[in-house]
Design a protein around this ligand. Structure first.
Ligand code: GLA
Length: 375
């Protein structure tokens, strides 16, 4: 059944563990958060799409069937923000799904470019809009994969599936474990009496997308090395850390360091899932801190300000774990905090961060939420 107008809420996500492993066939542990892209939409009488990005005060119209050149109706290049919804529409049409003409007004309370997947929230949100107007229905995993493909092929970021998956398949009050090889997923509760706190450093580094693509190429180069030895190796997932260590002298130092993070992170997530099942919040938090060190020293995607947030958080009462979340190069840290201490944690972390950096972090508690929905 199709509808003519409505509102879609599409959440951002935070990743608790398993960073930069989703394009290496690893397991990730993200949660959708209670910050959203909200899209008001209505069907129009023609077949064009008009979008108003309320936060930017910008509008853009395009013909869904003329998107290959990434141009608006007036022939000008689509603005950067419009590539995400346009890419999704372009890809839905590639799958022969009906896309109706519509007009939409959207805004977001997910901090932009902060590692909380505001772009995946836009993509998944517009896929749900098209679904509601088009009268078709896709399972959420397929929807997430179409959006991921759009980001890779239309926007040009060679991302994994985690962000679109979390925005589409999030489960209230849970993190969702996703095996990015088999695509098996299941919700896992947070340890009892703990909550998630996000701290936005407010720093954004330029060229995140190209740095991201470069890291990914390093992973592929490491895989190619092992494929020469054993052609059945498909991804870094197929290597044990012990086997990987043997390649140190054969790989360029940067490639070795970057891939080492991935191999050890994949092993860490396996351990973390067992700890979660045993309600071992301390143990899980310890692994979060290890992940941060690895992202800082091996994968080299941290910034001094993020390190300050993590180190300061780790010293505060009630903090079980802290680390940067998402691609890195600025953005946010995620913290696992004992519920009773959340308010004091937020207050004190903010004071310390300002004292050490002169910057004002945006720090807030978040509740794991459901994936995108028509509201
Ligand atoms: C970005 C990508 C994801 C994932 C993370 C790092 O958010 O979109 O696919 O690779 O970085 O874990």
């Amino acid at each position: 059944m199709s509808i003519d107008r409505g509102r879609v809420l599409s959440p951002g996500r935070v990743n608790l563990l398993g960073e930069h492993v989703d394009y290496n066939d690893g397991v990730v542990l993200p949660a959708a958060i209670d910050r959203y892209v909200g899209i008001h939409f209505h069907r129009t009488t023609d077949s064009n799409v008009t979008l108003y990005a309320r936060d930017l005060g910008e509008e853009c119209s395009f013909d869904p069937r003329q998107l290959a050149n990434k141009t608006a109706l007036d022939g000008s290049p689509l603005p950067g923000w419009a590539l995400y919804p346009a890419g999704v529409i372009w890809n839905l049409l590639n799958y022969d799904l009906q896309v109706e003409g519509f007009s939409a007004d959207f805004h977001s309370d997910i901090p932009i470019g902060a590692g909380l997947s505001s772009s995946a929230a836009v993509e998944v949100g517009f896929a749900v809009v098209c679904e509601a107007l088009g009268g078709w229905q896709l399972d959420r995993m397929t929807l997430a994969r179409i959006c991921q493909e759009a980001e890779r092929e239309y926007v040009g970021v060679n991302c994994g599936l985690m962000d679109q998956f979390a925005c589409a398949c999030g489960v209230a009050d849970h993190v969702v474990m996703l095996d990015t090889r088999s695509l098996f997923y299941r919700p896992v509760p947070l340890p009892p009496d703990t909550g998630i706190v996000i701290a936005d450093s407010t720093l954004r580094r330029a060229l995140v997308n190209s740095a991201y693509n470069e890291r990914r190429q390093d992973c592929d180069r490491a895989v190619a090395h092992f494929q020469n030895i054993d052609p059945s190796i498909r991804a870094l997932r197929d290597l044990t850390p012990e086997w990987f260590y043997t390649a140190e002298k054969d790989l360029p130092p940067d490639v070795y360091k970057h891939a080492l993070h991935v191999v050890e992170e994949i092993a860490r997530v396996n351990e973390a899932i067992q700890l979660l099942e045993q309600n071992d919040a301390q143990g899980f938090g310890r692994l979060m801190l290890e992940t941060h060190r690895s992202l800082r020293d091996l994968y080299e995607v941290s910034l001094p300000e993020l390190d300050i947030l993590v180190e300061s958080a780790a010293g505060l009462e009630g903090c079980l774990g802290a680390r940067l979340t998402g691609a890195g190069f600025g953005g946010c840290t995620v913290n696992l905090v004992q519920k009773d201490h959340i308010n004091s944690f937020i207050e004190r972390l903010g004071v310390i961060y300002t004292a050490k950096t002169g910057l004002q972090a945006q720090i807030f508690a978040t509740k794991p939420s459901n994936g995108a929905y028509l509201s």
